[in-house]
Design a protein around this ligand. Structure first.
Ligand SMILES: NC(=O)C1=CN([C@@H]2O[C@H](COP(=O)(O)OP(=O)(O)OC[C@H]3O[C@@H](n4cnc5c(N)ncnc54)[C@H](O)[C@@H]3O)[C@@H](O)[C@H]2O)C=CC1
Ligand SMILES: O=C(O)C(=O)[C@H](O)COP(=O)(O)O
Length: 382
């Protein structure tokens, strides 16, 4: 079997080497010539897999080691009877870590307590529902908007987007990009809704860039400048809008889900799918390919205010400011497109909150509930 594999997929040799010969290529460069005589194509989110790419190829299997699938033309695959797999949920915990890191950072900068804000979650799938679980466990008041789920499950527990906009201090977008149909998400946050955001609102987007009307957002940030934006995803990546990036409080290069755990889980899930497609026995478990964390534990022996404790533990594992700074630096050095992609290609090692064992002793045991609610592995020691 001949496999074409995105160069940014970790553990590719380990997971796909037994299937045949692997050619690694930068995801944005994979073209029809590369896949002409290949049997399997393994991508992340940046390769457009469409008729133009597949028309003259011998590809029988396409796997994307990502949650999102808006870069895949499903009709083109179906027309050619090409098997397909994605990796639902693979990096959902990492995205939630990103959201908590961002919100706790903004809370510290502006001097408001996150735990007493009302947070609106738009899109309660793998990412949104995990975010809700952590927010609820932390005791944060949270509202959910997910019309497709509300339709299927009955409306209880869900609110309309406009209610969410009305009632929330913070809005987190975790919707897929859907261009048509009754629940399209293209420019879901359109000019009117951006206008309606109350002064002081925080708007965070870790879904897809096209779910927000960026021109309207830029207008609001430049004009009244009375809301705060956190953007991980953008229109026209990697050629993002430089003026918008300058106005955004935390601007990151589509890395919310880039924990090592999340990426490896994506690779592993596609390995399993390819094994099923090729009717081959499955070789390894996820634990076989996921290394132990560099920082295994942290001992907190004095109680400190809850949000300070959350920031302390969070920053031992992941600090969103590093990603924001790195984008600023790389854009200055290399320009927007190259800088954006460089940050992603050379992304530093990042583990998920759950890999850190927080040991508590003395009066710090009072932090047990909030730290485990935030996603850390917590234990008491004497
Ligand atoms: N920034 C990043 O690094 C990452 C971004 N993503 C993006 O986040 C998206 C969501 O991920 P998951 O939660 O895993 O997907 P999912 O498919 O599990 O959940 C998506 C949810 O959005 C809901 N939804 C659809 N249309 C909606 C609408 N008009 N309004 C409100 N809700 C709507 C769906 O009903 C579903 O519950 C992915 O499709 C991907 O585009 C995912 C992982 C990493
Ligand atoms: O899983 C998804 O969906 C994502 O957005 C990915 O985390 C993006 O990963 P890359 O394609 O940017 O490596």
């Amino acid at each position: 079997m001949k496999l074409i594999v995105d160069a940014n997929i970790p553990a590719a040799e380990r997971c796909f080497g037994d299937f045949g010969s692997i050619t690694r290529l930068p995801g944005r460069e994979i073209n029809a010539e590369h896949v002409k005589d290949a049997d399997a194509l393994i991508v992340r989110s940046i390769t457009q897999v469409n008729e133009a790419l597949l028309a003259n190829s011998s590809i029988r299997f396409v796997g994307t080691c990502t949650i999102g699938t808006d870069h895949i033309d499903h009709a083109a695959l179906a027309a050619r009877n090409i098997a397909f797999a994605s990796a639902p949920g693979c990096n959902a915990e990492a995205v939630v870590d990103y959201v908590l890191s961002s919100l706790l950072t903004l809370a510290e900068r502006a001097g408001w307590p996150l735990l007493s804000r009302t947070v609106g979650v738009v899109g309660a799938g793998n990412v949104g529902s995990r975010l809700l679980a952590r927010l609820n466990a932390l005791g944060v008041n949270a509202l959910v908007c997910d019309p497709p789920r509300a339709e299927q499950e009955g409306g209880q527990g869900f609110v309309a987007l406009d209610t969410l906009i009305d009632r929330c201090d913070i809005l987190c977008l975790h919707t897929p990009l859907v261009k048509d149909g009754p629940h399209a998400t293209y420019q879901l946050l359109n000019a009117q809704r951006i206008n309606e955001l109350a002064p002081g609102t925080v708007l965070l987007n870790a879904g897809r860039g096209d779910c927000i009307d960026e021109m309207a957002l830029r207008g609001r940030l430049m004009g009244k400048g009375d809301i705060t934006a956190v953007l991980d995803v953008w229109e026209n990546e990697p050629g993002i809008d430089a003026s918008l990036r300058d106005l955004v409080a935390l601007a990151t290069p589509h890395i919310a889900g880039h924990s090592l755990d999340g990426k490896l889980r994506g690779t592993w899930m596609i390995q399993q799918a390819l094994a099923r497609h090729a009717e081959r026995p499955i070789q390894n478990t996820f634990a076989d390919i996921c290394p132990l964390p560099v920082l295994a534990s942290l001992h907190v022996q004095e109680a400190l205010p809850v949000e300070d404790a959350l920031r302390l533990c969070m920053r031992a594992v992941y600090d969103v400011r590093r990603d924001h700074d790195s984008l600023q630096r790389q854009v200055l050095l290399q320009g927007i497109r190259q800088g954006f992609d460089d940050c992603r290609a050379n992304y530093p090692l990042r583990r998920e909150f759950a890999t850190l064992n927080v040991q508590l002793s003395g009066n710090a045991v009072a932090l047990e509930a909030p730290l485990s609610a935030a996603g850390f592995c917590v234990s008491r020691v004497s």
